[in-house]
Design a protein around this ligand. Structure first.
Ligand code: ADP
Length: 270
C-alpha cells in the first residue's frame, strides 16, 4: 500500500499581505453559473493545486485571475502588476510547425522590456539563458519548439514566464498528456522555483501529487468546497462531495491517499 507523505507546511509570514484576494467571485456564462461566490486568499510563496472534476470551474477561475474573464460579480485583487504574472496554458496558441526555437519562445517573455521592433540586447539573452538553465532546458535552446515533448514544452513556457520575471506562475493542467518521468521533472522544477520564492497556482487531476507536493489545495465544484492544508482538504468527505461516489480513499493516521475515477461535473448542486 502506497503511503504518501504530505508536503511540510512552509514557514509563511502570516502577516504578509495576500498576493491574491478573491471576494465573492461569481462568473456566469449565458445564464449558467460556472463559479459561485468564491472567497479566498493566496499568500506570497504558496504553492496551490486546484482540483475538481471536469466542468468544476478550474479553467474559468484561472482565466478570471488572469483578467481574461471579468467576474459577473465580486472582485479579484492581485497585489502585483499584470506583467509579473506568468501563465502556462493547457494548449498554447502556437503553430507547432512554425520554425521558432526554444530560446525564441523564451525571449517572448522579455518582449515588454525590449520594446516593440527592437532587437534583443545582450542582457535579454542572458535572462533567457538563465531562465532556460533554471528549468533544465539550456541544452535544448536551439531546438525547434515543435520538436519538443509535452513536458519539455511546458518547461519552455515556464522559462518564458521566468524571463518575464514573473512573481506568480499560473498553469492550467500542466501535467495532462505528460508521461510520469516528465511529470516528475516538471514537478521538481516547480518545487525549486517555489523554494526560490515564486508563488505557484495550477489545476490538476492528480490528487496524489496535490497531497504530497503542494502547500495548499483548493477543492472546487462551482463553489469553493474546501481550501487549505492538503491534509485538511483531501478528506473522504470533501472528495465524495466534489467527485460523487466514484472515489476510493484509504487513511493512514492523518494522511490520505486517493485515487479517483474522474467524471464530469454535471448538475453540480447549487
Ligand atoms: P474545468 O476547467 O474545471 O473543466 P471550466 O472552467 O472549463 O471547468 O468550465 C466550467 C463550466 O463553465 C462548465 O459547465 C463549462 O461548460 C462552462 N464554460 C466554460 N467556458 C465556457 C464558455 N466560454 N462559454 C460558456 N460556458 C463555458
Amino acid at each position: 500500500m502506497a503511503i504518501l507523505q504530505a508536503k511540510q507546511a512552509p514557514l509563511i509570514n502570516v502577516s504578509a499581505a495576500p498576493l491574491i484576494q478573491a471576494r465573492d467571485v461569481t462568473v456566469v456564462y449565458n445564464g449558467e453559473t460556472a463559479l459561485d461566490r468564491l472567497t479566498f486568499t493566496v499568500q506570497p510563496g504558496d504553492q496551490v493545486a486546484i482540483i475538481g472534476p471536469n466542468g468544476a470551474g478550474k479553467s474559468t477561475l484561472i482565466k478570471t485571475l488572469l483578467g481574461f474573464i471579468r467576474p459577473s460579480s465580486g472582485a479579484v485583487n492581485i497585489a502585483i502588476p499584470r506583467e509579473r504574472i506568468g501563465y502556462v496554458a493547457q494548449n498554447e496558441a502556437v503553430d507547432w510547425n512554425y520554425p521558432v526555437t526554444v530560446q525564441d519562445v523564451v525571449m517572448m517573455g522579455c518582449a515588454r522590456r525590449i520594446g516593440w521592433f527592437r532587437p534583443p540586447r545582450r542582457e535579454h539573452w542572458d535572462l533567457v539563458h538563465a531562465a532556460l538553465e533554471r528549468v533544465g532546458m539550456a541544452d535544448l535552446r536551439q531546438r525547434q519548439i515543435g520538436e519538443l515533448s509535452g513536458g519539455q514544452r511546458r518547461r519552455a513556457f515556464i522559462a518564458r514566464a521566468l524571463a518575464q520575471e514573473a512573481e506568480l506562475l499560473i498553469l492550467d493542467e500542466p501535467f495532462s498528456g505528460v508521461d510520469a518521468s516528465a511529470q516528475a521533472s516538471l514537478m521538481d522544477v516547480l518545487d525549486q522555483l517555489n523554494a526560490g520564492g515564486l508563488t505557484i497556482l495550477l489545476s490538476t487531476h492528480d490528487l496524489d501529487l496535490a497531497f504530497a507536493r503542494f502547500s495548499k489545495v483548493m477543492a472546487l465544484r462551482r463553489h469553493l468546497i474546501a481550501f487549505g492544508d492538503p491534509r485538511a482538504v483531501l478528506t473522504a468527505d470533501t472528495l465524495a462531495h466534489i467527485y460523487g461516489h466514484r472515489v476510493m480513499t484509504w487513511q493512514d493516521g492523518q494522511e490520505v491517499a486517493v485515487f479517483v475515477d474522474e467524471h464530469h461535473c454535471e448538475n453540480c448542486p447549487d
